[in-house]
Write a protein that binds this ligand. Structure first.
Ligand SMILES: *Cc1c(COP(=O)(O)O)cnc(C)c1O
Length: 239
């Protein structure tokens, strides 16, 4: 198992570099977030032993339980929350996460600010954008997104640092639909970066096990990969 995870990581890192180079980009411009949801702590430690630091989780309770253990073992990690987040769970996740990629409403951003202020901690955030995926996750209106960014400008949220955008492409074999989704994210980022020059919105979190090549070609700076590293997930009701 340990060997498999390590081999998968090495293969994917190599693949990411090659895809970036072939797309005319710098081979170090794309980070790999290892999505460890539904996989046990032991496998996260195996990935960590292979040099992986960035991890993604999508459920607060599971993430807190697993990464508290890693903390206790003094394992170095950077945890990114990538799943839809209820406001009443924010208090727990801000203790462990370095970035919340799934900010999709102003109300959530306000709660993140409130909880981070309490523990005097700053946190990176990405704005999740709905670009075509079947679920309802992500901002659907530019107006709502604009309102949320404007809120940050007025220094209402000094503990929240906007870093960029995240999206999930639709689950389809249709490559042009997937590509369109990633292009939408990049163009939206360019538009909002031009408007909000006080922020560095350079992060584009897009691409998963099945579509990361297209995402890198379209400017992804972080791919979120689970299955291709850890294997298929076994979904359980409670972990
Ligand atoms: C599960 C998940 C991933 C990883 O998906 P794989 O297809 O297993 O690589 C990426 N992003 C988000 C938001 C996820 O929930």
């Amino acid at each position: 198992m340990a060997e498999m995870i390590k081999e998968n990581l090495n293969r994917i890192i190599c693949d990411i570099k090659n895809i970036a180079k072939n797309a005319g980009r710098n081979e170090n411009d794309v980070k790999l977030l290892a999505v460890s949801k539904f996989h046990p702590v032991e496998e996260i430690i195996e990935a960590s032993d292979a040099g992986q630091i960035l991890f993604g989780e999508n459920r607060v309770q599971e993430a807190c339980e697993k990464f508290q253990k890693l903390n206790e073992e003094n394992i170095k990690f950077s945890l990114h929350m990538i799943g839809s987040l209820q406001t009443n769970k924010v208090r727990n996740i801000v203790k462990y996460a370095e970035c919340i990629q799934s900010v999709d409403r102003l109300e959530l951003l306000k709660e993140i600010e409130k909880q981070c202020a309490k523990i005097d901690r700053k946190i990176n955030i990405l704005f999740e954008i709905h670009t075509g995926e079947e679920s309802k996750a992500g901002f659907q209106s530019e107006e709502d997104l604009d309102q949320t960014l404007r809120y940050c400008v007025d220094n209402n949220a000094p503990h929240v640092i906007p870093r960029g955008f995240m999206t999930m492409a639709p689950f389809t074999k249709n490559e042009s639909l997937i590509r369109k989704s990633f292009i939408t994210l990049r163009e939206l980022r360019d538009k909002f970066q031009a408007k909000y020059k006080q922020f560095d919105l350079s992060e584009l979190s897009m691409g998963m096990s099945g579509d990361y090549k297209i995402a890198i070609e379209e400017g992804s700076t972080m791919v979120r990969i689970g299955t291709a590293i850890f294997g298929e997930r076994v979904y359980k009701k409670d972990i």
